[in-house]
Design a protein around this ligand. Structure first.
Ligand SMILES: NC(=O)c1ccc[n+]([C@@H]2O[C@H](COP(=O)([O-])OP(=O)(O)OC[C@H]3O[C@@H](n4cnc5c(N)ncnc54)[C@H](O)[C@@H]3O)[C@@H](O)[C@H]2O)c1
Length: 458
């Protein structure tokens, strides 16, 4: 079993700490946030991630899992050091590597023996070289190391499952010995391996996220056309997704992508393309369509209610997606701020992100449950597709609201059911007219074929 340090105990690092300990390794989580480390050592999970509290508790109890702010306690004896710090976007779209630089220097100063430094953070193509050069500058004499890229593909909300059952493990290193060491570490997970050079591995991560974001913006563009020509995008997406060449995932129209990865990774890839002298027209359009979806959503509320001044708007959902408390780049932030700038009062509810929301949205009333959020509301906006919203008591919701209007930014709810409950329903790219009941099969023979059949029998 290996001794592993994981630098950064956030949404990625923390899951890896617990998962590596679960696989039997001796794991040291290092974070500069002393309060987070204290809470972790006290058995508290600082983020909402299904299954993670149990995994942390179980592995803290085995003595295989430790959290510290002290690099010296963790790094020197580690065979592997995983870099899992944040890489946010800067104003130009370029990835901000200040945290990576600091953490790399701290790792470098504490290296001893032969260590593999593994980049899990999403970093621009070539950033592995930067990490290597920073470490080389400060590493003590006699310490040897290699830097391997090992981009992460977990999804918040199912991160524990994704880490323990990955669909692929991408390992990038120009030297095969450290690449093989990392491959061996991941071998018990049984995932297909892609072993390549570092820059190609770094690009696999950006290209993957940009492709998924493109799928989302593509179906959102189709939704816009559907609204104008009277087609239903949810059925269009189903009809498309059944084709295995297309696939059904990430083909749900709505208010667009958000979160700590897609927005910054698409921006960073577009930045890298521009810097390299290429005009990234697809990526630019993906970002434009995504921004438009949020604007159009508020426009729909306004079109229906008129001036938002003095109106009360209920919002269900604040996190960027369901099953997480992460509000980084959540569409909810833009949407709520726009409504508030236009004079509306927002009362919002989220099953997990209420604490973050109180800091990020100081003018918004954060309700403690679904129903108090809608009391007296002129409209209810569905912003995050939490499953608990689907099973709400809509008779109660209607009776509590001032105006029974639902604007569903995720196409989460069943329009027909809501109309039956007395709501006006507005979705994204949805056709609301009920289909006429199907006729018996015999009456559905296409006219031309039926005529031929009659002629043939004559
Ligand atoms: N969150 C995801 O779903 C996801 C998925 C795939 C890849 N990624 C990538 O993984 C990386 C980490 O993402 P995240 O969401 O876990 O970030 P995060 O912000 O949740 O966590 C980063 C952690 O690093 C700590 N930190 C900052 N500076 C440090 C330092 N010098 N030393 C030690 N710790 C330090 C912070 O206190 C924080 O706890 C990013 O590059 C991200 O793009 C994230």
């Amino acid at each position: 079993m290996a001794r592993i340090s994981v630098i950064g105990s956030g949404y990625v690092g923390l899951v890896y700490c617990a998962a590596f300990a679960e696989l039997g390794h001796d794991v040291w989580g290092v974070d500069i946030d002393a309060d987070k480390v204290r809470r972790l050592n006290a058995g508290e999970c600082p983020i909402y991630e299904p299954g993670l509290p149990e995994l942390l508790t179980r592995n803290l109890a085995t003595g295989r899992l430790h959290f510290t702010t002290d690099y010296a306690a963790a790094v020197p004896k580690s065979e592997f050091v995983f870099l899992c710090v944040d890489t946010p976007a800067s104003a130009s779209g370029e990835a901000d590597l200040r945290t990576v630089r600091k953490a790399s220097a701290s790792i470098g100063r504490h290296l001893a023996g032969d260590t593999v430094v593994v980049n899990k953070s999403t970093m621009p193509i070539g950033a592995g070289d930067l990490v290597e050069s920073i470490i080389a500058r400060v590493a003590p004499a006699g310490a040897t190391f290699s830097v391997v890229s090992n981009a992460e593909f977990l999804r918040e909300g199912s991160a524990v499952h994704d880490v323990l059952h990955p669909e692929r493990v991408v390992i990038g290193c120009d030297d095969h010995v450290p690449a093989e060491r990392v491959a061996k570490l991941f071998a018990p997970l049984g995932a297909p391996l892609v072993i390549t050079d570092r820059r190609t591995a770094e690009m696999i991560k950006y290209a993957s996220n940009a492709f998924l974001a493109t799928k989302i913006s593509f179906i959102n563009e189709i939704a816009q056309v559907c609204e104008r020509v009277g087609a239903d995008v949810t059925t269009v997406a189903r009809g498309m997704g059944l084709d295995p060449r297309i696939g059904s995932q990430f083909l749900e129209a709505g208010i667009g992508y958000g979160g700590s990865c897609f927005p910054k990774d698409v921006k960073a890839l577009a930045f890298m393309a521009r810097e390299a002298g290429y005009h990234p027209s697809i990526l630019n359009s993906v970002m434009d369509v995504n921004a438009d979806q949020r604007r159009r959503f508020v426009a729909k509320v306004q079109q229906r209610l008129g001036d938002l001044e003095g109106k009360t708007i209920a919002v269900w959902g604040l996190s960027f997606k369901q099953d997480t408390d992460d509000m980084r780049e959540s569409p909810a932030i833009d949407i709520i701020r726009t409504i508030e700038q236009r004079g509306g009062r927002v009362v919002a509810f989220d099953p997990a992100a209420r604490e973050h929301a109180r800091t990020l949205l100081p003018n918004t009333t954060i309700a403690d449950d679904l129903y108090s959020a809608v009391a007296g509301a002129d409209a209810l906006c569905i912003v995050t597709p939490w499953s608990v919203f689907r099973t709400a008591d809509f008779n109660r919701v209607r009776d509590l609201m001032q105006t029974p209007l639902i604007v569903d930014g995720r196409n989460l709810l069943d329009p027909a059911l809501l109309v039956e409950h007395g709501f006006e329903y507005i979705g994204v790219g949805r056709r609301l007219r009920r289909l006429t009941p199907l006729k018996p099969l015999a009456q559905r023979i296409p006219v031309r074929v039926a005529r031929q059949a009659v002629a043939g029998s004559a």
